[in-house]
Each structure stands twice: as C-alpha cells, then as structure tokens.
Design a protein around this ligand. Structure first.
Ligand SMILES: Cc1cc2nc3c(=O)[nH]c(=O)nc-3n(C[C@H](O)[C@H](O)[C@H](O)COP(=O)(O)O)c2cc1C
Length: 209
C-alpha cells in the first residue's frame, strides 16, 4: 500500500489554482491506489519556523555530541524528515511568487534538506538518499513563461526539480498551469494541465502492467 505526502503552500486557501490542480492529481492517485494513505502538510495553515543558528549547528553535530538544546533545535527537522521518508510519492503544489517558490515552501525545504539524512557527500560530490521516492509538481503562475522571453525568469520549476534531485527524489510529473491571471487562457490551460495528469497516470498504469 502506497503513501502520498501532499504539500500545499499557496497562501490562498480558497480558489487557489495550484491546490485545485493538486486536488485533481490526488483524486486520480486515489483511484490508482485504493486503500493508500495520504498525509497532508499545509504550509499556509501551519507555518514552519525558518532554520536558526542552533538548527544549523545541530545539523552539523554528530548525534552522540548533540546537546539537549541541539536536539530541541533539530526536533522539527527530524519530524519532517521522518514524514518525508514515510512517503512513496510526494505531491507538491506551488504558486509562483516573485519568480520563485513561496517562502513557506523554502522554509520547509531548509528543514528537510539535511546532510546525513536526505543527502550526503563522498569524493565525487553530493548524492541523494531518497532514491526510492517519486515527486509530482502542480504549479500555478499568473503569467506565461514556457516558450516566451520570460522562461529564464521562472526559478520555481528549475529550483524544485534541482532540490528534489539533490535529495535523490525523481520528479516524475510536472503539471504546470500558466496564465492564471488571464481568464481567456486559464480555462484552456487548466484543461491541458488536467490532461497532462491523466496521461501521467495512464503511463504509470502501462509501466506497471
Ligand atoms: C505575492 C505574489 C507574487 C506573485 N508573483 C508572480 C510572478 O512573479 N509571476 C507570475 O507570473 N505571477 C505571480 N503571481 C501570481 C500567481 O502566480 C498566480 O496568482 C497563481 O495562480 C497563484 O497560485 P494559486 O492560484 O495557487 O494561489 C504572484 C502572486 C502573488 C500573490
């Protein structure tokens, strides 16, 4: 039985396009995984603290030398990493804010991207420790970027892909809804993003048969 960790971060808890797209993905996921478990982490409803001096010291101190303060400072990171490790699939819905991900999602990532826990280093450089997991991204942007002169200014999707890869997590589906501020293109793009989700599940079914 599979577990899906769904992470939402749009500050809009009502009418959010990234959340609605993630709802569509979740509905399809449930059909393919009846009896699967879904863990919800809503970063807008439950704000996570940014990492602090103590947190960073704790991250780089071997467990046997970690003081009580160090343990306290890394307790939230421990909990979030445990939750992440318990999932097979990870669904992240994210709006584009000022050309990047919202800061609440960055605060989450700063808590879980942790040496010795989700990535490590060797003589060749960095390697991820979560290679058994698949990620799916449901993104929403007010403007249009793909194939336009704005594409190099989209730091959301390249960053999410890079940081997940850094932890060894493969991005198996990127469902992007662009132009949410233009009613004229929104409906068409919504339909295309949903079709892209449908195709992704068809492909998974095909691969598992
Ligand atoms: C604080 C803020 C910053 C935004 N920055 C951008 C931006 O840089 N580029 C863009 O295309 N849209 C931007 N938008 C528009 C959002 O990407 C768009 O409304 C999107 O649909 C938000 O996702 P949501 O519907 O899931 O809340 C911004 C919106 C907000 C609230």
């Amino acid at each position: 039985m599979k577990t899906l960790l769904r992470i939402d971060c749009s500050a809009r808890t009502v009418g959010s396009h990234s959340r609605i797209l993630a709802d569509y993905f979740e509905k399809k996921w449930k059909l393919v995984n009846p009896g699967g478990t879904i863990i919800y982490r809503d970063l807008a409803k439950q704000q996570l603290p940014h990492i602090q001096n103590d947190t960073i010291e704790g991250f780089y101190t071997p467990l046997e030398y970690l003081s009580l303060e160090g343990k306290k400072a890394t307790a939230l990171s421990d909990e979030l990493i445990q939750e992440l490790k318990s999932a097979d699939d990870i669904l992240i819905s994210s709006p584009l804010y000022n050309l990047n991900i919202p800061s609440n999602l960055k605060a989450y990532l700063d808590q879980v991207v942790r040496i010795g826990h989700t990535f490590n280093t060797n003589e060749k450089g960095y390697y991820g420790l979560l290679e058994d997991k698949s990620a799916y991204l449901a993104t929403a942007k007010g403007g249009q970027y793909k194939g336009t002169f704005m594409e190099p200014y989209d730091f959301q999707e390249p960053y999410l892909k890079a940081i997940l890869r850094h932890m060894g997590i493969k991005v198996r589906g990127l469902f992007s809804l662009e132009g949410t501020s233009d009613k004229g293109v929104l409906e068409q793009n919504k339909y295309l993003a949903q079709q892209s989700i449908d195709r992704s599940f068809k492909k998974q079914n095909h691969e598992s048969n």
